[in-house]
Design a binder for this molecule. Structure first.
Ligand SMILES: Nc1ncnc2c1ncn2[C@@H]1O[C@H](COP(=O)(O)OP(=O)(O)OP(=O)(O)O)[C@@H](O)[C@H]1O
Length: 650
């Protein structure tokens, strides 16, 4: 892995393709070779390191396979052991058959002897066929179970992880890889490992057989495949790095492809005439990657075939030697057949051993990502003894010198923020883009913890509560709300799992959000599927979706109501209606909302103005207007823009 990281660093330095791939040269760095060990000693040393790393990965994979299905794991292990021996037994029985035929011709054996060997041969062949069928069945079933197990583990773990993990690009990459690549890797690793065991058994038993015939032959058979093995190992590693280096390019190609084939992007790509440009970029990247792949494939195959021919030549010379020995009567015809079969088997198993090992090595790299992901501890979790919530939560919120810097960011998004919201009060949060408004909400929901300072709910630091319980006390709608591909009722019901199918409450929530009439007009009312995933799914407008998301927030009757730009997509009438209802909706709850429209902001009991992550002003509309500072300026700016349009006399 260290080796890999070193390479990664190099790749970053060498990469000439800009991260997005949308512009810039289309070039792929060469597969690295300067660190390639030149001599046999260092080659072996590197092999030892990779073998050790790979072998260390095995117990975890075995555990995963066992978790997926103990019965199938036992079955596949037994079959592997058996099928490792079968080629040797088959070759030996073929020798016996040939020897008994020759003996019968020379009148030293009877037809019965031949029939006996033929029956044994049938048994061995039948066993081979059965074990191969059983392997297929066990592998297919195990693959299914394994995929389910790993996907389940990844999903369960992802649902526990803190938001920062999803918002950081490096960690998100790990998550994507764990979710997409990992499910098929453990079985692949297990198969490679079992393949390794099978090949080793075949290989060793064949060597034992050969030693019995002639120890010299055994040594030669052992040495003959080495040139091919070395050449394969050289190109195998190079192929891995090539694939590794090309993966970012492949990702960029996928991205370019999605830009032209995904509905969400279609409007804009058409409007800006970007389609042909993206297609052309895709083609260029594709050509470079194909060319690189072609060179490597041709080179590696040419080399391994050349070295392979050397092994074949050695094999043939020895076969000739055995044939002459057989003619001289020093070896039997069966020995000749056995040697030929054994030499081929040894050769196949040596290259099989390599393939299995390089498969394990590669799979292990992917699995490392899976384990890394599964080993990540959620940064925000319940304390050992979480403080229970009282039966009624008042909703008294206090920020005490809260400073927060996003992981990896240079500047704090919130800087020494202090303010207090009385129970049941409605507060509007305003400020320019990037002032820290949404961040404030994320901290209140404990999606992040402050870098310093404290957030208190009813006088208690929110870190003392179980975060899951804390979030139960909050109804929230974020700017980037989710549009669930489900029915209208499900879209709303998901706001409170305890009331997922409570139709009267869902309808009431829809009414509160002002979307009840629209839903009733849908072809199947609340049971109408929304979104494009469904054949008959209804495509809603942006504002209509926003009202559904609002209804989902209202569905949860929590003491805190948090709305991040709840009316950004609503028409003027809908916005007015919502805010006229907000008093009713907010009654008995502490409510915070972010808005850029000052007509709605002034309706709040108090207004919090954030500037560059700091509280600039906090007070009632009247107080802030009287102060004639930031808020008053922004308000007047917006009001003037409207008033200028108002005809005189109105
Ligand atoms: N996940 C994140 N990682 C790093 N920085 C972030 C992240 N989210 C926001 N920021 C940064 O934190 C600052 C505050 O962002 P925030 O989303 O809170 O602003 P906002 O006031 O809600 O803006 P807007 O009005 O545009 O929604 C911004 O400078 C932004 O770039």
């Amino acid at each position: 892995m260290e080796f890999m990281l070193a390479r990664r660093g190099k790749r970053r330095a060498a990469a000439t393709v800009p991260d997005s791939g949308l512009t810039g040269p289309v070039d792929i760095p060469e597969a690295p070779s300067p660190e390639k060990p030149k001599d046999l000693k260092s080659r072996l040393a590197r092999m030892r390191t990779s073998i050790a790393g790979t072998v260390r990965g095995l117990p975890k994979v075995a555990r995963l396979t066992w978790q997926a299905s103990p019965a199938l794991t036992i079955l596949i292990t037994l079959i592997t052991l058996l099928s490792g021996l079968l080629p040797t037994v088959t070759a030996y029985v073929a020798k016996l058959l040939l020897d008994s035929v020759v003996a019968a011709i020379q009148h030293q054996a009877t037809t019965t002897d031949i029939v006996r060997v033929a029956v044994i041969q049938f048994g061995v062949l039948a066993l081979t066929a059965i074990s191969s069928a059983l392997t297929t069945v066990a592998q297919t079933l195990l693959q299914e179970r394994m995929t389910l197990t790993v996907r389940h583990q990844v999903m369960a773990h992802a649902s526990e992880l803190h938001l920062a993990y999803f918002e950081g690009s490096a960690s998100y990459d790990v998550l994507r890889q764990a979710a997409q690549e990992a499910p098929r890797r453990p079985l692949s690793m297990m198969n490679s490992a079992l393949g390794l065991v099978r090949m080793t058994i075949t290989f060793s038993s064949m060597i034992v057989l050969l030693v019995v015939i002639s120890p010299v032959l055994a040594v030669v058979a052992l040495l003959a495949p080495i040139p091919a093995f070395l050449s394969q190992s050289k190109y195998g590693a190079r192929t891995f790095w090539q694939t590794f280096l090309m993966s970012p390019i492949k990702r960029r190609m996928d991205y370019l492809s999605s830009l032209v084939t995904t509905d969400n992007y279609a409007k804009e790509t058409k409007l800006f005439g970007l389609g042909p440009y993206f297609v052309d970029r895709f083609r260029k990247l594709g050509e470079v990657s194909y060319e690189r792949q072609r060179k490597l494939t041709v080179k590696s195959n040419a080399a391994s075939t050349t070295w392979g021919l050397l092994s074949t030549l050695t094999g043939s010379v020895i076969a000739l030697y055995i044939a002459l020995e057989a003619v001289g009567g020093r070896l039997t015809l069966g020995d000749l057949a056995l040697y030929t079969a054994a030499a081929t088997a040894v050769q196949t198993s040596v290259s099989g051993l390599f393939t299995a090992f390089s498969g394990m090595y590669e799979n292990n790299l992917y699995l490392d990502t899976l384990y890394k992901f599964l080993d990540t501890k959620p940064e925000i979790s319940a304390p050992a003894e979480p403080r229970p919530f009282p039966s009624t939560v008042d909703g008294h919120i206090e920020f005490r010198s809260v400073t927060f810097t996003y992981p990896g960011a240079d500047e704090p998004a919130l800087d020494g923020v202090s303010f207090e919201i009385r129970p049941g009060e409605t507060v509007a949060v305003v400020g320019r883009n990037g002032a820290g408004k949404s961040t404030l909400f994320k901290l209140l929901c404990r999606l992040y913890d402050p870098t310093s300072g404290q957030i208190l709910l009813d006088g208690v630091d929110i870190r003392e509560y179980d975060p899951v319980e804390l979030r139960r006390q909050i109804s929230a709608m974020f700017q980037d709300y989710v549009t669930y591909q489900g029915t209208a009722a499900e879209n709303i019901g998901l706001g409170d799992l305890d009331r997922l199918e409570d139709r009267p409450h869902i309808e009431e929530s829809a009414r509160r959000a002002g979307t009840d009439e629209r839903i009733e007009r849908l072809p199947r009312g609340y049971d109408s599927p929304l979104g494009r995933w469904f054949d008959q799914g209804v495509s809603l407008s942006g504002g209509e979706w926003q009202k559904i998301a609002l209804a989902r927030a209202f569905h949860r009757e929590a003491p805190l109501l948090i709305l991040d730009e709840p009316t950004s997509a609503l028409d003027a009438q809908a916005e007015h209606d919502l805010f006229s209802r907000l008093r009713e909706l907010a009654s008995g709850r502490t409510t915070l909302y972010i808005s850029h429209r000052f007509s709605t902001v002034r309706q709040a009991e108090r207004i919090l103005l954030l500037e560059n992550g700091k509280v600039a002003e906090y007070g009632t509309h009247e107080e802030l207007m009287a102060a004639k500072e930031g808020y008053a300026e922004l308000f007047t700016l917006q009001a003037r823009a409207y008033l200028d349009e108002v005809p005189a006399g109105c």
